[in-house]
Design a protein around this ligand. Structure first.
Ligand SMILES: [Mg+2]
Length: 391
């Protein structure tokens, strides 16, 4: 007999917030909670926890219907619609922002919300970590995911635990082409890094344990601007990671966030800044709409029920990380509108900057005798979007 599988689905959307892009309103959380409670009573989902990371409404759900279940996605979609209704009534800022479509068609992917889902047979004790970021993009998880599952200087278990010692498989997703590649760590770690070092394009989507193919992590890969073709909001990502007993320990997973690395997002989704791990009460991006925040909640999953949460970064051990993040925030802010604080031109394409530049186009005049820039010597399909026809 096939063993019962539990699915953890974390689905989020920004459906409007109070006083700008700061925090969700409790009434929108209540509206979403009502929808999920009803779905639980009907047996569509087994359990749920509704929360927020800054201005993002987060639905953490468990059920037995597998990833991409139309029923579960419809519950999430209805919850966001109901919350957006409240958001509009209250005149919240950017009400319904991430809901790009009016009609639900069986799956929330492509409609605006971000999704991280994984299905597994529960271990006798099944601890998980759910990560929710605000004011950044899915590629923000690339560096920490690599460190958790491929860097022995971060994860001691890679060296000393036989189940981890054979390494992990990384599914890397290309957001521009909608395709993915599976690469093995440690053997192909340089290839993995060659891709995921470009986090705006290549995103670690899933991680599997090599010894038996068990799923270890899932990250949302939705990028709103690529779906909508214009800047809508930053694609604040979510991730689920299984921890302990054959997976990295909770402390090894959290250790990867002790370095507040630079990510894209922050003000107008157009700036690089440090990713600051915070207790949930501090997931309130106020300084220049940032710096980008990360909230982590720990749960036990038992018979598809959620036990918890534990607020994982509510620990003075991360005070120095936060202090470093503040110093980095100061340093980056002093660049004002200059790169690398402001994002590069490929990323700015989806913002309102092109409209500003369009005005100047006619005013440029040719400079006689000026050398023309040479064609780039190396063009690869993987690195240059321009090299692709019809792009
Ligand atoms: Mg947000």
């Amino acid at each position: 007999m096939e063993r019962v599988k539990t699915t953890v689905s974390v689905i989020k959307a920004d459906i409007g917030s109070v006083a700008g892009h700061v925090v969700v309103h409790p009434d929108t959380i209540a509206a979403a909670t009502r929808v999920l409670a009803e779905a639980k009573a009907k047996g569509v989902i087994a359990d749920f926890y509704v929360t927020n990371a800054g201005d993002d409404l987060e639905l953490i759900m468990t059920h037995r219907k597998g990833a991409d279940s139309p029923e579960v996605h419809e519950v999430a979609w209805t919850a966001f619609q109901e919350a957006a209704k409240v958001s509009r009534e209250l005149g919240l800022y950017a009400a319904g922002q991430d809901l790009l479509s009016e009609a639900f068609s069986g799956n929330v992917r492509g409609l605006g919300p971000s999704v991280a889902e994984m299905e597994f047979v529960e271990r006798p004790s099944e601890p998980i970590a759910v990560f929710m970021a605000d004011k950044t993009e899915p590629g923000a998880f690339n560096l920490p995911m690599f460190r958790v599952f491929a860097d022995p200087f971060n994860t001691a278990g890679l060296v000393i635990d036989p189940k981890l010692h054979t390494g992990f498989k990384f599914e890397v997703y290309d957001v521009f082409e909608g395709r993915s590649v599976v690469l093995n760590a440690p053997d192909e770690m340089y290839d993995i890094l060659a891709l995921i070092g470009t986090p705006a394009r290549f995103i670690v989507r899933r991680v599997y344990r090599r010894i038996d193919g068990e799923i270890a992590a899932a990250v949302s890969v939705e990028r709103l601007s690529l779906i909508a073709g214009r800047y809508v909001g930053k694609d604040d990502p979510v991730a689920v990671v299984r921890v302990q007993a054959g997976f990295p320990a909770m402390g090894e997973v959290l250790e990867a966030f002790a370095f507040p690395h630079l990510v894209a997002g922050w003000m107008r989704g157009s700036h690089h800044g440090p990713l600051m791990p915070v207790p949930q009460r501090y997931a309130k991006c106020t300084r220049f709409d940032g710096p980008p925040r990360l909230v982590g909640l720990g749960f036990q999953v038992k018979n598809s029920r959620l036990i918890g949460p534990v607020d994982l970064f509510d620990d003075p051990a991360f005070d120095e990380t936060r202090r470093t993040a503040q110093l980095v925030a100061d340093y980056m802010r002093r660049h004002g509108p200059f790169m690398p604080h402001r994002l590069g031109p490929e990323e700015m394409e989806y913002t309102t900057l092109p409209e500003v530049l369009e005005k100047l186009k006619e005013r440029f005049t040719k400079v006689e005798g000026a050398p023309r820039a040479a064609e780039p010597r190396i063009k690869t399909e993987l690195l240059s979007r321009e090299s692709k026809e019809g792009d």
